[in-house]
Write a protein that binds this ligand. Structure first.
Ligand SMILES: [Zn+2]
Length: 236
């Protein structure tokens, strides 16, 4: 029965590929059956940072004096108008969830092979603002977290860290008060689940680090929780 199901599924999959071939998110060529979202050629040319084993790397420095982290890393450099920026844009605005999962998987494999970032209890994505979730229909960080979780064989908790919806408009506030606002909009639904666990918090791009800092403030209230951070990209 199981074998029969498997055959049916792979037949459906092959048929799906025949009817709706997949294309590389970078060069738009047809993907081979063993490629996912990005062809091997484009994958080999991604601007990888390879910083998982580098203590005091550029992502960790963003949080010095602000958030006590075990470790932090990012997968790709993001120069203006480069391939990373195009991929992140596709992930956020063009429904290309597969590219988020694929890049997440590359990040997960890289962490698995490192000494410093190979052991976590849970993967938690930065939650999207509810209004954006309503418009976009998905949280791009969920896709990244799922890719990492699959590669590392660790559970992704997609709804435990949540973002509280603002009741007042932020647009007329000053910069500092807006930042203070970001710090206070996250909360943990089930803190007991995370007690004494090592959590990997996942974001798409780390720039000022304010969003991560807001999430960390909520997560680090949990007893004994250790926190690390991983992102797809940092500006070059
Ligand atoms: Zn390609």
């Amino acid at each position: 029965m199981l074998a029969e199901n498997f055959t049916t599924m792979s037949f459906a999959n092959d048929l799906g590929l025949l009817l709706f071939p997949n294309y590389c998110s970078v060069c738009n060529r047809n993907l081979m059956y063993y490629e996912k979202a990005i062809c091997m050629h484009c994958q080999s040319r991604l601007p990888r940072l390879m910083m998982c084993d580098e203590a005091d790397n550029q992502v960790e420095k963003v949080f010095w004096g602000r958030v006590p982290l075990e470790s932090a890393t990012a997968l790709l450099k993001m120069p203006r108008n480069g391939v990373t920026q195009r991929l992140i844009h596709r992930l956020k605005y063009h429904n290309d969830k597969e590219v988020g999962e694929r890049l997440g998987a590359l990040l997960g494999h890289e962490m698995q092979q490192s000494m410093r970032m190979c052991a976590f209890d849970y993967i938690i994505p930065v939650p999207l603002h509810p209004k954006k979730m309503h418009v976009r229909g998905y949280n791009q960080c969920d896709c990244i977290a799922q890719g990492i979780a699959e590669a590392c064989q660790v559970s992704a908790l997609l709804n435990n860290l949540t973002r509280v919806q603002h009741t007042t408009s932020q647009t007329r506030r000053g910069r500092l008060s807006r930042w203070n606002n970001v710090k206070d909009v996250f909360w943990v639904k089930d803190p007991e689940l995370l007690e004494n666990k090592h959590v990997l918090l996942v974001d798409d791009v780390i720039t000022t680090g304010a969003t991560i800092e807001g999430c960390a403030k909520a997560l680090l209230k949990v007893k004994g929780l250790k926190l690390s951070v991983a992102a797809l990209a940092v500006p070059a």
